[in-house]
Design a protein around this ligand. Structure first.
Ligand code: GRG
Length: 315
């Protein structure tokens, strides 16, 4: 944690960038008055009000870690939020988890019907790639891998297949699923953001990229363990969705495999590992960009605050 206290670096960062994220999303989305109006209204319904906006924040931080202004990653960052929101809309459909509540409101399909919800997801997924293309071709490739059958969609498939089945694969199986279902897009967000910090013809130096990737992997895994635990301990008011959904679907979760206490311990260990990478990430960026790069001031505490917030959250 920071010397000055919990969230001392994250709070000013989110206060500064939070409003910019909302405005950039508003500009990216077609107006609700543009035909087909129901589709555009529904796309806005699922994005406003939003959730924690974790993935766009991670993309902005990934860009800042390259020593460049997060502004350069803003459009790509909100594109990732569109992709994340598509996954929530599809996940809530009756053929998937069949949930009635998301982000404190009735789910998209309960308000607009299943066919519109399906198209809302399709449109947000496509829009995401248009937006992420502003961070360059490498960023598009990273997002495609994170979101596809070797990433989020593959994880979702394995998650569905594991429902109600014996827990034979243990911790290894739950990690495999969650690293893809949740972790891939979280790591992808950090790396897409970093790509936005590149100049033409540049690529991310190996050592910097490897540390940033491991940071994202730890955050992703810790975040999902916290999610599994919150499903058991959170309230509908805190979560904005119905708790105990994993238990009701007999999902393969960390608490189902190793219990609540060990899950929380694991999440904190991963957050600590991510936190310990903050200084090495900054050192690798300085080695790349030069020691005097002012934009890296305050970067390590920010990376550390995010790691802690991923596990200490209540929503
Ligand atoms: C349907 C293609 C497809 C994928 C679904 C994202 C996902 C995969 C399923 C949603 C259910 C779930 C628990 C996924 C794990 C990822 C996760 C914790 C999503 C919720 O993310 P938050 O907490 O949500 O960042 P907000 O609303 O804050 O953005």
């Amino acid at each position: 944690m920071t010397a000055t206290g919990r969230g001392a670096a994250l709070t000013p960062f989110t206060s500064h960038w939070g409003g910019r994220i909302e405005r950039a999303l508003d500009q990216l989305l077609p107006p609700a008055s543009e035909p087909p109006t129901v589709l555009h209204e529904a796309m806005r319904y699922v994005l406003f009000p939003g959730g924690k906006r974790l993935r766009p924040i991670l993309a902005l931080v990934g860009c800042a870690a390259t020593g460049r202004s997060p502004e350069r990653a803003l459009v790509a960052a909100v594109g990732i939020e569109c992709l994340h929101t598509y996954s929530l809309v599809h996940d809530d459909l009756p053929c998937m988890d069949d949930d009635a509540l998301r982000r404190g409101r009735p789910t998209c399909h309960t308000v607009y019907g299943e066919a519109t919800a399906l198209l809302v997801g399709d449109a947000l997924l496509t829009l995401a790639f248009e937006a992420v293309a502003t961070a360059g071709a490498a960023a598009v490739g990273i997002l495609a891998q994170a979101a596809g059958s070797r990433g989020m969609v593959g994880g979702q498939m394995a998650d569905l297949e594991a429902e109600g089945r014996p827990r034979e694969g243990g911790l290894e199986q739950v990690q495999w699923i969650h690293d893809r279902k949740t972790g891939a897009l979280i790591t992808g967000s950090v790396l897409v953001g970093a790509c936005a910090g590149l100049e033409a013809g540049e690529s991310l130096p190996g050592s910097f990229r490897q540390k940033l990737q491991r940071y994202g992997d730890c955050i992703g895994r810790a975040f999902q363990i916290a999610d599994d635990c919150l499903d058991l301990t959170g309230t509908v008011q805190e979560l904005g969705k119905n708790p105990n959904a994993d238990r009701d679907h007999d999902k393969l979760t960390y608490p189902a495999v190793v219990g609540l206490e060990r899950s929380l311990k694991l999440a904190h260990e991963l957050a600590a590992e991510a936190s310990a990478l903050a200084e090495p990430i900054c050192a690798a960026a300085q080695q790349w960009r030069g020691p005097d790069i002012a934009a890296l001031d305050g970067m390590a505490p920010l990376l550390q605050d995010i790691a802690l917030a991923a596990v200490e959250r209540r929503c």
